[in-house]
Unconditional design. Structure first.
Length: 616
């Protein structure tokens, strides 16, 4: 059984750590405005590993500026300044922000609903004669009556630490500066974003920096280029993946595995179009809910067509092609369907965030009393697939009914109970995300933990009441009446592109033998061994191995180094002795020198690694 955590990846998720990081962000902004008074502040949230703040400043922040800001932050921390919450009258807050010429804060203030309280947090006390608990409300005060380095404030809902002294001066770091647009909108002002990380102890910071170094070494964008796996071609507009021959080999292996696993699990395969009449997306609700993530329509004769952002409506139309009986259920249909979504250029990130990607989509149409069994079957298939790809440590969330949703209480209760029952039958622990479900039904989300401890959202199982109702889907029940089927959405990889990026980083490009684009490379000592090498190559490829001969003409030492850089699992050196003895001198990445082996011995050794889905 898989090991599953009940808590989010500690210590990143603790409430105390979030307060600490939020406070550190404010300390950074205070330091920036003390050193560079002309700078305007915008927003400064926490992140998974730290915090950032966006600033409007004419001059670019330099590495030297970051050092100066960090030094000033340590001075503020050492001063142990109190942090005070104040509830403020909206009109007074507007007047003060206008006086300070903080246009971004004025815009934020204007968007706070009228019924919500307006609060700000001070670092340092603007009223030296008053002491109180940091979360207690302070009376209204003029913020500009003391020197700017003695106190600072920002419009904020909190929460924060009690004082700056609760931060550890050796447990934070300013990491980088990046460009950002106000509100993430390319048409808005260009800002500068300073990223930082903060932890409770220096030891935690050190562990984080080690993980960050490992993450950089495993960066799929760099490895994708080094190993010639894929590229993102800006000439095509950005956000679109070009699979190169070596990467395409791995994709082919993944797809073949996926198809066989689904056929064995009782699924049938579908192929559906890439575009459809816009009315289909209006009926499904995608146009209403996902319009901003959809590309513009194209005119075809007198009708508007939409390139698909989802596969679901196509599977519904396939279902509606004929009237189904309850005797046919469950129907399990799967498709590797490529979809297209508009993502802003600033959000694109290698294979992890693209504009065109292939979902391993599947839909199960079933009866109400089949839901729990079908979800359990999906969990079993998910576990098999992910474990075969090297992932066995999961975090699981069950998300329940949100405030805005469709469907009756009875059907929601049935679906939510079916999801929780399936998880309990599976023996998996899970977290409950109250109100976190989709508007059309509850869901299970599964995150996988990679080789360096990072969590990646991949698999999802969603019960849908919306599409069957919108499309008036029906089946003939046992009593002859027409009923709505239950529709279950599920994906295991999420998308092939993103999953491939995760695989690259998990294995640092050093794939197990069954996934490696080239499993064995033959290296010759001289041209005299080329004929034998190609005879062996022919035998290997006839047996289905992905093999190649180094044709560079380089000296043997350089051939070996190149194979190591390209992370070839098995290297077979062919010299005069190997030709005479009809053997190969084998070296593997995991075990090193193996000495001379016959082809039969090599087949057995490689097949054993293939069967175990292991490196060799």
């Amino acid at each position: 059984m898989s090991t599953v955590s009940r808590t989010l990846s500690a210590p990143n998720s603790t409430e105390q750590l979030q307060r600490l990081r939020h406070t550190c962000a404010h300390v950074m902004a205070m330091a920036v405005q003390h050193l560079f008074p002309e700078t305007k502040v915008t927003i400064g949230p926490t992140t998974e590993t730290g915090f950032y703040y966006d600033f409007d400043r004419a001059q670019a922040f330099t590495p030297e500026d970051l050092d100066a800001i960090a030094t000033q932050m340590r001075r503020i921390i050492k001063a142990n300044l109190p942090i005070i919450r104040e509830q403020v009258d909206r009109d007074q807050m507007t007047a003060e922000l206008e006086q300070l010429q903080e246009p971004y804060k004025l815009e934020i203030l204007a968007q706070i609903p009228a019924e919500e309280a307006i609060t700000r947090y001070f670092i340092g006390s603007p009223d030296t004669g008053r002491t109180q608990h940091p979360e207690a409300e302070a009376s209204l005060i003029a913020p500009l009556s003391v020197a700017p380095d003695e106190f600072w404030w920002d419009l904020c809902s909190g929460p924060h630490l009690n004082s700056t002294g609760e931060l550890h001066s050796k447990a934070f770091m300013l990491e980088s500066v990046a460009g950002a647009y106000w509100r993430g909108d390319e048409t808005q002002a260009q800002l500068q974003r300073i990223y930082g990380t903060a932890w409770e102890t220096p030891k935690q910071l050190k562990a984080y920096l080690h993980q960050k170094e490992e993450a950089q070494r495993r960066d799929h964008r760099l490895l994708g280029k080094t190993l010639k796996l894929f590229s993102i071609e800006e000439a095509a507009g950005g956000g679109l993946v070009f699979w190169h021959p070596r990467g395409a080999r791995i994709r082919h292996i993944i797809e073949d595995y996926w198809r066989q696993a689904h056929l064995a699990a009782g699924y049938e395969l579908l192929y559906t179009p890439h575009i459809a009449n816009l009315d289909l997306w209006k009926t499904s609700g995608h146009f209403e809910f996902y319009r901003d993530s959809m590309f513009d329509q194209m005119a075809v004769e007198t009708q508007d067509y939409q390139i698909k952002p989802m596969n679901c409506p196509f599977h519904v139309l396939t279902y509606q092609h004929e009237l189904h009986s309850y005797r046919e259920f469950p129907l399990r249909w799967a498709e590797l369907g490529t979809v297209y979504r508009y993502e802003r250029s600033g959000t694109l990130h290698g294979l992890m965030r693209v504009r065109g990607f292939t979902q391993d989509d599947a839909h199960v149409f079933c009866l109400p009393d089949q839901v729990a069994d079908e979800i359990l079957a999906v969990l079993n298939l998910t576990e098999k697939v992910l474990s075969d790809f090297g992932f066995s440590d999961y975090e699981i969330n069950l998300s329940t009914r949100p405030d805005k949703s469709v469907g009756s209480d009875d059907i929601w209760d049935l679906a939510t109970q079916a999801l929780s029952t399936a998880l309990e039958r599976k023996g998996w622990d899970y977290l409950t995300d109250e109100g976190g479900g989709a508007f059309y039904g509850p869901k299970i989300d599964l995150k996988i933990r990679d080789a360096i401890g990072r969590l990646w959202q991949c698999s999802t199982i969603q019960v849908d009441f919306n599409l069957p109702e919108r499309f008036e889907m029906e089946y003939v029940a046992a009593d002859g009446s027409r009923q709505r089927p239950i529709m279950i959405h599920r994906a295991i990889f999420g998308s092939l592109e993103r999953f491939f990026g995760i695989l690259i980083e998990n294995y640092a490009g050093d794939f197990p033998l069954w996934l490696a684009p080239t499993q064995i490379r033959l290296l010759t000592v001289s041209d005299a061994q080329q004929e034998y090498a190609f005879e062996v190559l022919n035998q290997l490829t006839q047996k289905g191995w992905r093999a190649e001969v180094d044709r560079s003409g380089e000296r043997l030492g350089k051939q070996i180094r190149l194979a190591a850089l390209e992370k070839i699992p098995v290297v077979a050196v062919v010299g005069k002795r190997e030709v005479e003895n009809q053997t190969l001198s084998i070296r593997t990445r995991q075990a090193g020198e193996q000495g001379p082996l016959t082809l039969c011995d090599l087949y057995e050794k490689m097949q054993s690694a293939i069967d175990a889905k292991q490196k060799i």
